[in-house]
Write a protein of this length. Structure first.
Length: 205
């Protein structure tokens, strides 16, 4: 059954003359998007299988993408509200990360390798989301789960990637690993940042 959409407060054209939307409106919309997406979540929460034809990366990658992209929205929502979010979502993403990074779990996430480089893009979203939600999520994960997450991230290095903004994806993952005291490739990160600077052409990239 289709969602009826979020229940929004009255528009505020004084504060927001173009849209009538203020903070409470956008929070309500974000919450509804997250709750609707989780109608398609797997029982352990590691994958969100949105309807539609699979991409060229395959269903496993698409389902990880469903998790990672909504997790990033959730992370901004949670951090921006000092840890307040719709009931159950924090636990759902925590459980999803726990299952997704367990290589023995039936819903383990695809590894980051040449067969599915798209996983690197999703790893960046997961890393940024973990950084933003660290006081509420990462810091409360079991140490064994933290180690598994770090191991999953490790394979971002040594891959041949598109010579584009993808260099930043590895940097974001590396900086998260560095922030939690996990092994990371500082030389590789410096090289990726240097390549990004090469793209600068004056007043833009």
């Amino acid at each position: 059954m289709a969602s009826s959409g979020p229940v929004l407060p009255a528009e505020d054209r004084r504060l927001s003359p173009f849209t009538g939307y203020g903070r409470t409106h956008w929070l309500a919309i974000a919450d509804q998007l997250l709750l609707d997406a989780h109608r398609f979540a797997s029982p352990p929460g590691a994958r969100i299988a949105l309807p539609g034809k699979a991409s060229s990366s395959g269903a496993g990658s698409d389902q990880l993408e469903g998790f990672a992209r909504t997790f990033l929205l959730f992370a901004y929502r949670l951090a921006g509200s000092a840890g307040d979010a719709p009931a159950g979502l924090l636990e759902a993403y925590r459980d999803g990360i726990t299952a997704g990074t367990d290589p023995t779990h039936p819903e383990a996430w695809p590894t980051i390798d040449q067969e599915c480089l798209q996983t690197l893009v999703e790893a960046c979203s997961v890393a940024l989301g973990l950084h933003l939600t660290r006081p509420w999520l990462w810091d409360h994960l079991d140490p064994a789960v933290q180690e598994r997450v770090a191991r999953w991230f490790q394979s971002v290095w040594g891959q041949v990637i598109p010579d584009s903004n993808w260099h930043m994806f590895r940097v974001v993952v590396g900086e998260f690993l560095a922030s939690v005291g996990a092994p990371h490739d500082r030389a590789g990160m410096d090289a990726d940042l240097a390549r990004i600077e090469d793209f600068y052409v004056g007043d833009g990239w």
